[in-house]
Design a protein around this ligand. Structure first.
Ligand SMILES: [Zn+2]
Ligand SMILES: [Zn+2]
Length: 253
């Protein structure tokens, strides 16, 4: 073993040993002549081939290094400040928002990092009602109902857009102004006229219990006793006169 070459490493002498592994002191053949202790199985299997110089050379040959001033999205490289082992260099970058941030070169190259994070936060704040990557219930309802009416590929299209029911709101702010926040967790956003369009004046929040009542006419008698004094505005008599051959609607919210 002593004197043998493993790629760039020449074995000089035996190093420490544990109950499991054996180490050899090796010298690299690069100009630095670095001396390192390497595990014997890593030498044999080719896991360690040099003092680290080989990896650095391969990385730089692959164009891993960027000069200061190069731009990636909103980031401009100021300097290379170090490297992650086996992952390439780290750069200090200046974002156009004024912040400085450290980014790995491979993330710049792949496009994973395009800003200090300000771009991400901005992109998610569509309507300014919820923090980044969160949705408020009204916005979910807006997206869902719009899709029912305007997207022929939606599962519920046949009940809405397919029956020429329109979605009459231009954008979310308009929708939000007419509908408001979800009052509590036990509410549905429903149309007052169930065959009408989704438009200003025809949407209201309804307590979920009265929705269950509508779905199963057999329970009307019992449910109406329970829900006396609830916020439900429609009278129970109205539910009984609903035609029985209506299509069953998917749940709203
Ligand atoms: Zn070396
Ligand atoms: Zn920024």
């Amino acid at each position: 073993m002593i004197g043998r070459m493993f790629n760039r490493l020449r074995v000089l002498r035996r190093g420490r040993s544990t109950w499991k592994h054996l180490w050899f002191v090796c010298q690299c053949s690069c100009p630095k002549k670095t001396i390192r202790e390497v595990r014997s199985d890593h030498l044999r299997r080719g896991i360690t081939q040099s003092c680290g110089c080989l990896h650095r050379e391969i990385a730089s040959a692959a164009g891993n290094h960027y000069k200061p001033g190069k731009r990636f999205g909103k980031l401009t490289i100021i300097a290379e400040i170090g490297r992650v082992r086996r992952r390439g260099p780290i750069y200090l970058c200046q974002c156009i928002c004024g912040k400085r941030t450290t980014v790995q070169g491979r993330h710049l190259r792949s496009g994973e990092s395009r800003s200090c994070g300000c771009g991400f936060r901005k992109r998610n704040l569509k309507h300014g009602k919820a923090p980044a990557s969160h949705k408020i219930p009204v916005y979910s309802a807006y997206c869902r109902q719009k899709s029912w009416c305007r997207n022929p590929n939606d599962h519920h299209w046949k009940y809405y857009g397919g029956r020429s029911i329109r979605f009459g709101f231009q954008d979310f702010p308009t929708f939000y102004r007419h509908v408001g926040d979800k009052p509590n967790n036990h509410c549905w956003l429903m149309r007052k006229d169930r065959d009408g369009n989704f438009e200003p004046g025809n949407l209201h929040w309804v307590q979920r219990r009265s929705r269950a009542k509508k779905k199963s006419p057999a329970r009307i008698g019992r449910a109406s006793k329970i829900t006396q004094g609830s916020t439900d505005t429609a009278s129970p008599a109205k539910f009984q006169t609903l035609p029985q051959d209506q299509p069953s609607y998917p749940c709203q919210i």
